[in-house]
Design a protein around this ligand. Structure first.
Ligand SMILES: *Cc1c(COP(=O)(O)O)cnc(C)c1O
Length: 366
């Protein structure tokens, strides 16, 4: 099966390098939960998990189905499902995935099922909302929550966690410090009444970089694993993980007055040589990159995208580039290029890399 033309290369050594970088920043006793949700931030969750499974304590995914995919690929590491849904709880347990129970609705549903099955000491995680206001129990829920949790031996609280809203923003230092302090206070109240001491975690990638004092027992490393540190200095110490490549399908030479692509958006002023590349907005190349805003690299030279981005193709200007049909095209191969694309699309690298569609074949480079 060597017939795919657009490919996403995943650099295994870069993943290992990035993991090591963060490990060295942390206390030797701090565990790492590697976040591989959304197909490993658009790369390949199973491949990422295989590369680092012996080196991390936990994996985290957003949804049950993502955890099942890891289990079906043979991953044995504990997996936290950050946002399990009521209708998936049975499947979750069947695959020995560990649910985040984030409110009374899902906690009670899980306890009911756990009692019926029955489960014994099944590992679960409790999330508190400390200011992101997305999912999680409130501080004021602690007494009722404790009474429910203590009444069940079907479950075992494996960890208590929260999530920072603005760990990457120095202007929000007061808010973030407050989140951390409030979380520590909640944890103390929980510890005072629980028989065991569950693991504690609140830091994501930028939390590790900016608030390392709050590393507690574990950190949740997401974007950093894929090479982005939210700060130029850190990013420059990380290695780029994903490289998006394609090939030239066809080269055309058009005369002045002729146009390229839908709605004739590009009008040639001079004789123009174009290359058509088999990758389009259905593959994650935003239409915002059309009409000269974005470019690809062909033989290390910038070839601007001309006209509108099509669903399955883009056309680029190669008038001054020496190349031929079948030559390699680089859509991005560095964090800087990904950041540049994100900026042009008015977004952040998280969205740019997770947008790469599943139609694009993934390859691991070792
Ligand atoms: C996605 C996510 C993370 C990882 O965040 P990064 O900024 O990518 O490190 C951590 N915790 C939770 C709850 C998340 O949803």
């Amino acid at each position: 099966m060597n017939n795919h033309v657009s490919v996403l290369e995943i650099d295994a050594n870069a993943v290992l390098h990035n993991l090591k970088y963060f490990q060295q920043k942390l206390q030797p006793t701090t565990k790492i939960m590697a976040v591989v949700k959304a197909f490993g931030y658009g790369s390949d969750a199973v491949e990422i998990a295989k590369i680092i499974q012996d080196k991390v304590a936990y994996f985290a995914v957003a949804y049950t189905q993502e955890g099942i995919a890891l289990r079906e690929a043979g991953i044995k590491t504990p997996i936290l499902v950050l946002h399990p849904q009521l209708q998936n709880l049975e499947a979750l347990v069947q695959h020995y995935l560990e649910p985040n129970l984030y409110n009374f609705t899902i906690l009670e549903a899980f306890l009911k099922m756990a009692d019926e099955m029955p489960l014994m000491n099944y590992p679960i995680h409790i999330k508190f909302n400390t200011g992101l206001n997305r999912i999680g129990f409130w501080h004021t829920d602690v007494p009722v929550l404790l009474s429910i949790l203590k009444a069940s031996n079907n479950i075992k609280i494996q960890s208590i966690f929260s999530h920072l809203a603005a760990s990457d923003d120095p202007n929000e230092e007061n808010f973030t410090t407050n989140q951390i302090n409030n979380f520590a206070f909640i944890v103390k109240q929980m510890y005072d009444h629980l028989d065991n001491e569950p693991m504690i975690h609140i830091l994501n990638t930028s939390g590790i970089i900016n608030y390392s004092k709050a590393q507690f027992d574990m950190v949740r490393l997401g974007i950093g694993l894929y090479g982005f540190g939210n700060d130029e200095n850190v990013t420059s110490e990380l290695k780029n993980v994903v490289t998006l490549k394609s090939v030239i399908s066809q080269i055309m030479t058009i005369t002045p007055g002729e146009t390229v692509g839908y709605n004739r958006a590009f009008v040639a002023k001079d004789p123009t040589k174009t290359a058509t590349i088999p990758i389009g907005h259905a593959d994650g190349i935003s239409r915002k990159l059309g009409n000269g805003k974005g470019y690809v690299l062909i033989n290390n030279q910038k070839a601007p995208i001309i006209g509108n981005v099509c669903m399955d193709m883009i056309m680029v200007n190669i008038t001054n580039i020496d190349c031929k049909e079948g030559d390699e095209v680089v859509v991005f191969n560095s964090q800087q290029m990904i950041e540049e694309i994100a900026t042009k699309c008015e977004t952040i690298p998280y969205e740019t890399i997770t947008a790469i569609s599943q139609r694009i074949k993934r390859f691991v480079i070792r």
